[in-house]
Structures are given as structure tokens and as C-alpha cells.
Design a protein around this ligand. Sequence first.
Ligand SMILES: *Cc1c(COP(=O)(O)O)cnc(C)c1O
Length: 396
Amino acid sequence: MTNHISLAQGREYLAIPGPSVMPDAVLQAMHRPSPNIYDGALIEMMPDLTRDLKRVARTEHNVAIYIANGHGTWEAALSNVIAPGEVVLAPASGRFTYGWAEMAEGIGAKPQLIDFGTSSPWHFDLIAEALRADEAHDIKAVLAVHVDTSTSVRNDIPALRALLDDLSHPALLMADCIASLGCDRFEMDAWGVDVMVTACQKGLMTPAGVGFVFFNEKAAAKRATMPRVSQYWDWVPRAQPDLFYQYFDGTAPTHHLYGLRAALDLIHAEGLEHVWARHERLATAIWTACETWAEGGALHLNVADRAHRSHAVTALRLSDGQGTPLRHFTETQLGLTLGIGLGMEDWDGCFRVGHMGHVNAQMVMAMLGGVETALAALKIPRGKGALEAAAATLAA
Ligand SMILES: *Cc1c(COP(=O)(O)O)cnc(C)c1O
């Protein structure tokens, strides 16, 4: 028994940039006894599951499924195509590119980092300079984080493809779509991406624990030249649906696969174009509210230009280290959990809002109302009319 009332009782809202909100259909699909992993329903659903995963990635090529989080897929992808001593180019718009480059270093590769700071997308002139300087084609891959979840910067992958083509540079284009898949437009084949990694707990709305590496024939050809690939990460057996129980080198992630099936059904019933459009509309409402609050001078959006902002996550900066107290207030007083600042200089000043996956307009308005309440409680100066402005964008 506490002696003061709490306004946090009721259904909580986890508005962090992954794991995301799980749909009831996903939860219910997982609430069942363990299936036979050698025969029957689980085996039979795999061909359609892989087909529908490829539809989300907009690819006709291959997908390997791992029991792993996003970090696991970083290592899985690198292990198949990057041999010790080979160079990878890593243009960084935040913490997640550093992480992928560190993973490359861990398997003996030589990462070459170009750091664009914590609020900026890639500058193509600097990437071009690095590729041009590489006359011997030592760079075997470019590690391209589509949406960097720490900064909420969204990078232009088709422009990177065009640059590689213009310079006739043969490096593989490897994309991290862990935050963006199923939220921001991404088209693997049309955009000329050779390898794409993602995980299931963000736009795919499934509990953390399954990761995916998509790869095309160019990447498969590089794989074929590798001196060795660790058996667990080798994508060759995992990309063959008829070898189902070699997929996982052991027991399949049974319940995740049922949850994922339900999530893919939701995505395809809505239609991927509509899923992207919904994320864009909701993100626009969030930005509109934040830009209004920013008129008070204390809060600002980490990415200044809307064209470079993710539709899945928004990183915000508050003066005087007020981000941590704000998050504490929304979580303990309102039942709303916001994301911590990640990879920023001013840890306590930053916070992030996740708006990926199973999110609709009333959830966004509730989240914005929670932030408005916390700004009021903490007496943080802010522009007036943020919620009205957000509502107007959704009503339009
Ligand atoms: C979440 C995320 C990761 C890490 O995924 P984990 O499942 O937490 O290992 C990597 N890259 C990006 C862009 C992410 O959003």
C-alpha cells in the first residue's frame, strides 16, 4: 500500500525504439504447447514464412534465419562474406554503425570508419573520397545503417548504391534495417542492396530472439570464395527451406516462428505500402508536436531536416539534463515508458520515442499527451499548442 495515488495504473505503453509493442494476435499465436520440430505444422509453414519475409524486404533472393538478436545478425552477415584482414567501410550516423564496425574488427576485419557525428546523415562527398582512394579495391563491403536508432537519422541507401555504381566500386552494399524494416520504405532488390540484416523485435513486432540475413547472388558468390565460415553462422544451409532442421543447427525458435507468422499476416493484410504510409503519417504528427514544443527553446529534435528523419524513432534533446527526469516522470506517474538517450554526449539530456510497428494514431496522441504532461510537471519551457498541431496533421 502506498500513501499517494498513482496515475500509472492501467495498461502501460512501452514507447521505446525496440522491443516494440506486440500485437495481441502475436501474443496469442505464441500461447501454445511446444510443437514437433521434425514434422508437421511448424515444418509445413516455413516455405510461406520465408516467402512472406522476403516480401517485407522486397527481395526475390535468399533469407537465412538465426536464433539471434540484431547483434547476432551483424556477426552472421560479416562472417559469411568478410575474411580476416579485409577492409569494410563504415559511414556512421550514430552508435549503431560503430557497433557493427566493432563486430567486424572482432572477426579480424579492418573497419574504416567515417564519422558524421550524432545528428547528420552521410555526406556522399566524403564516402566518394574514401572509395576513390581505394584503387586496389581493398574495401570489400560498405556497412550501411539505414536508420540509426541512437540518433534517428535515416540514410539514403539508393544514393549510396548509385555512388558505388558511378565509381564502379565492387564492394558489397550491406544494410542494417533492424530499426527500419516494416516502418520506413526499404526495397532490397530495387535499391541494389547485396546483404540486409534485421531482427524481429522492432517493425516485425515479435519478441526479441530471431534475426534474419537476406543476401543476393553477388553476396553468395563472395561467400563461395571464403576460406572458412563458422558453422553456426554459415548461411548456406539456413537459406534452404527443405533442410528445415539444419536451419537452426538444432532446435528451432518454435514460438517466435508462430508469433512471426501472425505479425507477417498483419503486415500483409494491411499492405506494406500502407504500413509505410502509416508510419510516415504518425511520424509527421510526432515531429509537428515536437517542433511546436521546440519554440519554447528547451527541447529540440536531434535531426533538423525532416527529410533525414526516421519514421520509426525520434531522438530528442532537452536542455539541463532534463531527459532522464522526464522519462522517470512518464514511467512512474503516467505508465508511459520512453527510450533512453543512446550514444549521445549528453546522456541525461536525450531521450527517444519509438513509433515502430504496432502503433496507431490514438497511441501517438496518448504518448504526446504524456510528454506534454511531463513537460508541464517539470516546468520545462515549451511552445503552446503541440497536441492541437499534431491532431491537425492526423485530421487532415
Ligand atoms: C536495435 C538495433 C540494433 C541491435 O539489435 P539488437 O537486437 O538489440 O542486438 C542494431 N542496429 C539497429 C539499427 C538497431 O535499431
